[in-house]
Design a protein around this ligand. Structure first.
Ligand code: FAD
Length: 222
């Protein structure tokens, strides 16, 4: 949700590129609206006067440009329009806000679908020490950025695929994977990002397994 007591000012920015990275999924890059902490969000629109939607910043803190990762929601207002954007088009983007940001502390980064975006930003911003990345997706092509994550995180990168099977991929939902874990370190932070269905279920599992509520951080997309 866009913060209530904060006037969200949208800046006119030029699209630099719009890359389709999987079926219906795009990596949109535009001129930066200012500095941010990896994990934060921006509001994005394509038409002035129409309420913008929120997107996690997917690019690194030090990059010159800013990027988001989005999936086209069938029948949605903004995402089918964003999919059509090409270099030189205009987007309306706010400054960064939100408190879901990464730190150097040991943590589990847990995502479903495009909820991987803030961790991509944290990864590109050098917050990777003592991190375990768990990504849930329906199909094998849902593991966006896996060619960066796999060689880097190795056995600390767990892909959970609910509808297909593949080499080195856990077969089943990420919540099943979490349930199966015998020991989850209580002194780690647990970041959850994605659909409300995943976040609520994963949070319950973590609490059942003895993780303190204060060590769980959530960003819910829809
Ligand atoms: C804090 C925050 C961060 C977000 N970050 C991202 C991000 O990084 N990438 C991203 O793709 N989306 C992200 N979202 C979701 C995004 O803001 C929009 O809701 C989404 O892109 C749909 O926009 P739309 O205008 O096309 O659809 P709308 O016309 O706004 O909505 C259509 C319907 O689709 C539902 N919906 C929204 N997203 C999805 C989805 N992924 N799958 C299925 N149904 C959905 C909505 O709840 C709504 O009922 C984020 C949301 C929040 C609150």
């Amino acid at each position: 949700m866009i913060p209530d007591n904060e006037q969200v000012v949208l800046h006119k920015k030029k699209v630099i590129s719009n890359r389709k990275i999987a079926p219906g999924v795009f990596y949109l890059t535009f001129e930066k609206t200012g500095s941010f902490k990896a994990g934060q969000t921006v509001a994005v629109g394509v038409v002035p006067g129409i309420e913008p939607r929120l997107y996690s910043i997917a690019s690194g803190e030090k990059e010159r440009e800013m990027s988001i990762l989005f999936i086209v929601v069938p029948g949605g207002f903004l995402t089918p329009r964003m999919a059509e954007l090409v270099k030189g088009d205009t987007v309306f983007v706010s400054g960064a806000f939100g408190t879901f940001y990464g730190t150097k502390e040991p943590a589990y980064w847990i995502a479903s679908g495009t909820g991987i975006a803030p961790y991509h930003s944290m990864y590109l911003s050098g917050l990777t020490q003592n991190k375990i990345l768990i990504h849930g997706g329906r199909k094998l092509d849902s593991f966006y950025f896996n060619n960066q994550f796999q060689p880097f995180f190795k056995e600390h990168y767990i892909r959970c695929c609910s509808q297909e099977s593949g080499d080195g991929v856990y077969e089943g939902r990420l919540t099943h994977y979490l349930r199966e874990q015998q020991h989850l370190p209580p002194d780690y932070k647990y970041y959850l990002c994605g659909s409300s269905e995943m976040v609520v279920e994963a949070r319950d599992i973590l609490i059942e397994k003895g993780i303190a509520f204060d060590n769980i951080f959530a960003e819910i997309y829809f």
